[in-house]
Design a binder for this molecule. Sequence first.
Ligand SMILES: *Cc1c(COP(=O)(O)O)cnc(C)c1O
Length: 345
Amino acid sequence: MKNLKDLVRTNIWQLKPYSSARDEFHGEASVFLDANENPWNLPYNRYPDPLQWKLKTRIAELKKIDQHAIFVGNGSDEAIDLIIRAFCEPGINNIATISPSYGMYEVAADINHVACLKVPLTENFELDGKKLLEKTDICTKVIFLCSPNNPSGNLLEREEVYKVLNTFQGIVVIDEAYIDFASEPSFIRDLSYYPNLVVLQTLSKAWGAAGIRLGMAFASPEIISVLNKIKYPYNVNQLTQEYALKVLSDTRRMQEQLKQILNERERLTELFSQSPFNYKIYPSDANFILVEVGDADRMYQTLIGEGVVVRNRNNVTLCKGCLRITIGTPDENEKLLKAMKRLII
Ligand SMILES: *Cc1c(COP(=O)(O)O)cnc(C)c1O
């Protein structure tokens, strides 16, 4: 990897960040008259911890990683935007990613006036590391990978990901929003070998807390401090910090729900491949299945008519005829199956 200083935009490297009252005073005190807060209505009258240390302590313990290697933000989407803003000079630099994949990489790039180079996956949604690297140019600062990938559901082949990590001189982001559902370990363990690696995870999927907006980025403390420098001072509110701690304290509940989702994923996969469906199912390491149903638009509308909403991916690269179906409760999945059968029989 290049020096971090040469990768970060010059104005960001030189930026003197906003310093809040909460940044300037650390320690114990009984009277806080430093932040123009209302003295009543505790605890929500107070500004939250800008660096979320209590929450990071728990995440560090859970993920077996240094607290200073953790960024938390308003969903993974905040981290995606900050990474692009930290490294890519608008109108000059670009990012590279795979197609199909999560739409936010390109949207965040567009908002920042940063071009997005897209390399199609193979027919089976596999990554060709060499092809991706060949697509990059001297202006490419960041590569976004997503594994397990959305909307295809598969893990990218590890060897191909290493090829990218070993060769690319800029930042490599691996979005692991669905890693808890996967049969392979996270790339977090590779952070000590790859100073250019950023791993994204979230509380929005397996942890069941999409509503509180809490995303995590794991990277070298140097990269994390760049992200901290440019984030909004209080990017994660007090209610979210508290609820996230609560969610992360109950790993048993998460594990139980995870087990049910994986059971249901297996059951639906099995059923879809049998008659009367006979659909093409793409193997999934996530909490959804990409299913090729033929006339996806028609099936989508029929399901809507039955009150069941899935994601129509018919117009997405390599996904013609496909619906992306999230695994619900056993009850919800039964309703889906019933509605689908009605169209066939
Ligand atoms: C759902 C999802 C996320 C989660 O984003 P949040 O902002 O944390 O809710 C991130 N990446 C991918 C690929 C996703 O599908």
